[in-house]
Design a binder for this molecule. Structure first.
Ligand code: NDP
Length: 433
């Protein structure tokens, strides 16, 4: 804490992982001798840079951009870029740290990194977003590459932003290096199912959690927070698997639609019109909108928090338990506070941590890199099949590791230990670097 002041989210993420490693460290005392914990918690490299840009009125703005290249033991750094006013080193380091273990869990050859800027794309014109992205990439380009560091999207960075970033990279480097960014458009090097992958993967993971105790998502009432990329496709897949999503949200409030959220309407509002989720209630008679408040007040059997970090607090967990919630799978990164997690675990609610449940996005990004490297383009059906296999395998790995490390059923321990062991083994093999 003294070494990394004012980085609360990063401390929280490290504590969460270390809290799972006791048995693992007992069995591998050599990790302590080699200071594996200290080394893995220290980024290999942190880059912070100025991003000047001009708005449509000619006013000059200066934002702060960053990229934390956390760990390259398993492959090039891989992780998204977040554009949000709350972005600072504490948030980017927490996300980068989580990403190391998540990427290991996918079984793909990718290291961990994360980046972003304290820029708010909300309310900005396409031209302003383009100018910002071009300025951001004018510095970032020298640090990334197909074999070095491969960014993708995250909050505030979707296909529009990836397009502008890729265009500027291509222009500066004078090369068509498709594998330098993932989340690209299908017509110019993108992979099918990448847009859907995180949300689809989260729903598939939740289904696996329920199947392990003899149930499934079929017939279940589900609440999904957020209405961005992850939330939209989690809703779509839950419906395909027979569940009904009755509520979703944005940072202003939530909508309830007992007849089942109309995902096409949400896509139109959020992806096409870029409006607020409150619009939904005006266009669907069965729905109502609640300004502010907590979406976790809405009773459900399965909860998929898919908005942002620490959005599900202790009081929310108490309400979920009271309303008979059976399972929580994290679509977002670290949306559940430690206190809320404790409540859920005490009540024996099945819990899928983000680094396992939302790993489908980065896994499909690795498939995009694979397609770019072989100059190939796979069909939607084949890509979805691969995603499904990967999610089922991650769930199996987490469950088996939890069992092996004296915590049967605890997927938090399973995910942390499994991811940690894979990275720690590779770091040991590479020597003291
Ligand atoms: P988007 O920007 O597409 O959507 C974020 C959504 O969350 C928006 O609906 C936003 O509402 C809402 N939101 C943000 N902050 C809050 C808040 N404080 N309270 C309630 N709602 C809020 O981002 P993504 O869907 O891509 O990302 C969501 C989460 O999933 C993040 O934690 C991200 O790190 C994680 N993730 C994303 C992956 C991906 O492939 N995209 C991969 C793995 C994890 P508003 O519009 O009002 O801001």
């Amino acid at each position: 804490v003294a070494r990394n002041p004012a980085q609360d989210e990063f401390h929280q993420a490290v504590r969460e992982v270390l809290g799972s490693l006791e048995v693992c460290i007992d069995r591998h005392p050599e990790f302590l001798d080699q200071k594996l914990i200290e080394r893995i918690s220290e980024p290999e490299r942190q880059i912070i840079f100025r991003v000047p840009w001009q708005d449509d009125n000619g006013e000059v703005h200066v934002n702060r951009g960053m990229r934390v290249e956390f760990n390259s033991a398993l492959g090039p750094y891989k992780g998204g870029l977040r554009f949000h006013p709350s972005v600072g080193l504490g948030i980017i380091k927490f996300l980068g740290f989580e990403q190391i273990f998540k990427n290991a869990l996918t079984g793909m050859p990718i290291g961990g990194g994360k980046g972003g800027a304290d820029f708010d794309p909300k309310g900005r014109s396409d031209a302003e977003v383009m100018r910002f992205c071009q300025s951001f990439m004018t510095e970032l380009y020298r640090h990334i590459g197909e074999y070095r560091d491969v960014p993708a999207g995250d909050i505030g960075v979707g296909s529009r932003e990836i397009g502008y970033l890729f265009g500027q990279y291509k222009r500066i480097t004078n090369s068509y290096e498709s594998g330098v960014l993932t989340g690209k458009g299908i017509g110019w090097g993108g992979a099918r199912v990448r847009t859907e992958a995180t949300g689809y993967g989260c729903a598939i993971f939740a289904d696996e959690m329920l199947k392990s105790t003899g149930g499934s998502l079929d017939g279940r009432t589900v609440v999904v927070s957020g209405s961005g990329n992850v939330a939209i496709y989690a809703i779509e897949k839950v419906h395909q698997l027979g569940g009904t999503v009755v509520a979703c949200s944005d940072s202003s409030g939530y909508i309830v639609d007992e007849s089942g959220i109309d995902v096409e309407l949400v896509k139109d509002i959020k992806e096409v019109r870029r409006e607020r989720i409150s619009e939904y209630a005006g266009e669907k008679a069965a729905a109502h909108y609640v300004a502010g408040g907590s979406i976790w007040d809405v009773p459900c059997e399965v909860a998929l928090p898919s908005a942002t970090q620490n959005e599900l607090a202790e009081a929310d967990a108490v309400r979920l338990v009271k309303n008979g919630c059976l399972a929580v799978a994290e679509g977002a990164n670290m949306p559940t506070t430690p206190e809320a997690l404790h409540v859920l675990q005490e009540a024996k609610v099945a819990f899928g941590p983000g680094k396992a449940a939302n790993a489908g996005g980065v896994a499909t990004s690795a498939l995009e890199m694979q397609q770019n490297a072989s100059r190939d383009s796979w069909s939607f059906g084949y890509s979805e099949e691969r995603l499904s296999e990967i999610m089922i395998d991650i769930h199996r790995r987490c469950a088996e590791t939890a069992e092996e490390y004296a915590s049967p059923g605890n997927l938090v321990v399973g995910a942390n230990v499994s991811g940690f062991l894979q990275v720690a083994d590779a770091m040991q093999a590479h020597g003291l670097i």
